[in-house]
Design a protein around this ligand. Structure first.
Ligand code: FES
Ligand SMILES: [Fe+2]
Length: 467
């Protein structure tokens, strides 16, 4: 940023303060992670719309992005036992991720070395990887185990027929892969992220619900719809009474090796867009109602004017008690922000882990097949592993939603499904609109503050693709 350029960091009012003011007023110390501020602001540039639909651009991404960077594949709990495996598919690239020993994970190209059949099409398990076509078979470490009619393959030297393997790294129960054999370690790619999650460790959580949604939009269109809260005022206008959309704080951490960003959208305060209509009491009462939806039938509290606590602190305190009792865990040290707010991190290129209990989600964004106009978004709702010696719950199986199936066809995630459907309704329209743009105006113009994470994403992408 030029020295003389001033940056307006959000829009606020007396009842709708900026996030940094709310963090300072928290009933707990919010901790170093939430206090930490970004160190980077990307340069302002327009984004050519062709990169969202050009097959050439998608091919460039395949070879220079997906084949070269660390990317989020799955969670350790998806493959809890030795021999368990899942496919991780990026466009027409596919890898088998498997647990090869109690604390060891491996990833192989998902292609048989006989005649190329895909080895793993869905979650499975077993002591070996066996091709469904002629039963060529590999051990879990990738070494060749068996070839039927071995006498017919005298030219096949077993040592040369190990399954080609790619790099695997783990953090916080997440499994990442990188097909580039020369890649630097995952730790470098994650940069400050592990430090930010110290107070709320992702390894202590499990996948309570898992949806994979196919979308008629480029994977970057789908991703970018979730990197800003600027769209809330129009797309999620029914959330304005209890969501500080324009009070959202955005941060970017960039050191040339790791590319991390974050938004914190406060909950339990009204949107500054409401002006004179904004009410802190209504915001508190709506926040109580929204969080109560996760536990149908429980009595819903109301704002207590006699309490010495702020409305946000009241909602946070109620949630601490509710979650603490339900999970036999102690939430007493958790900040109000960690109990209420939407704290979403992004690790380039496809990984959004959310922090805390406000909106405990994990997103993954991927191209779908070879059509650049299609993508797949995976949404996990996570929960803390119960305390009190209770067993770790199993990871929820994946619910697949096709292009035309709404999230609301799976009412298990309650209000969230309606919010996702609001987002989803935009995506095919964006994809259609950008393909039909006037040739001399086929570019996106981004907001300086609220859309800086999208700007940053493209800056990193351009560098990696050398465009
Ligand atoms: S293609 Fe896999 S065994 Fe023949
Ligand atoms: Fe949204």
């Amino acid at each position: 940023m030029a020295a003389n350029e001033s940056l307006i960091r959000g829009f606020s009012s007396a009842v709708s303060p900026l996030t940094e003011t709310l963090l300072e007023a928290d009933s707990r110390d919010v901790g170093a992670g939430l206090r930490s501020r970004g160190n980077y602001l990307p340069a302002q540039k327009k984004i050519p719309l062709s990169r969202y639909h050009s097959p050439e651009f998608a091919a460039l991404e395949k070879h220079k992005l997906w084949m070269k960077v660390w990317q989020f594949a799955c969670r350790e709990e998806d493959i809890p036992a030795v021999g368990d495996r899942v496919p991780y598919t990026v466009g027409d690239l596919s890898f088998v991720i498997l647990r090869s020993a109690p604390h060891e994970f491996r990833a192989f190209y998902n292609t048989c070395l006989h005649r190329g059949t895909r080895l793993c099409d869905g979650a499975g398990s077993g002591a070996s990887l066996r091709c469904p076509f002629h039963a060529w078979e590999w051990n879990l470490d990738g070494s060749l185990k068996n070839i039927p009619s071995r006498w017919d393959f005298s030219g096949v030297n077993s040592a040369d027929y190990r399954l080609p393997e790619v790099k695997v790294g783990t953090w916080g129960g997440f499994i990442f892969i990188n097909p580039d054999p020369a890649a630097a370690p995952l730790e470098q790619w994650l940069g400050p992220l592990p430090e930010f999650f110290k107070a709320c460790p992702s390894e202590d959580r499990f996948t309570a619900f898992h949806i994979r949604k196919r979308v008629k939009a480029n994977w970057k269109v789908t991703l970018e719809a979730f990197l800003e809260s600027y769209h809330v005022v129009e797309t999620h206008s029914d959330s304005l009474t209890f969501t500080g959309d324009a009070s959202t704080q955005y941060d970017i951490w960039e050191d040339g090796k790791s590319h991390i960003s974050r938004l914190i959208t406060p909950l339990g305060i009204p949107s500054p867009h409401l002006g004179d209509e904004a009410s802190a009491i209504v915001a508190t009462n709506r926040a109580f109602e929204v969080f109560a939806m996760a536990t149908p039938g429980i009595p819903v509290p109301q704002f207590d004017a006699t309490s010495r606590l702020s409305g946000r602190a009241q909602v946070a305190e109620w949630r601490r008690g509710l979650l603490g009792a339900g999970l036999a865990r102690d939430f007493a040290p958790w900040a109000d922000a960690a109990m209420l707010d939407s704290v979403q991190y992004f690790v380039f290129p496809n990984f959004c882990p959310w922090y805390g209990e406000g909106l405990p989600l994990v997103y993954q964004f991927l191209p779908f097949g070879t059509d650049p106009n299609e993508s797949v978004m995976s949404v996990r709702l996570t929960a803390p592993v119960p305390g009190g010696g209770l067993p770790r719950p199993p990871s929820a199986p994946i619910v697949e939603l096709d292009f035309d199936e709404p999230f609301s066809s799976k009412p298990e995630i309650g209000l969230l499904s309606l919010i996702f459907d609001q987002d989803m309704s935009n995506l095919p329209r964006i994809q259609a609109g950008l393909r039909g743009a006037a040739a001399d105006r086929a570019e996106a113009t981004l907001g300086r503050y609220q859309e800086q994470r999208i700007q940053h994403f493209h800056e990193v992408l351009e560098k990696i693709l050398s465009v």
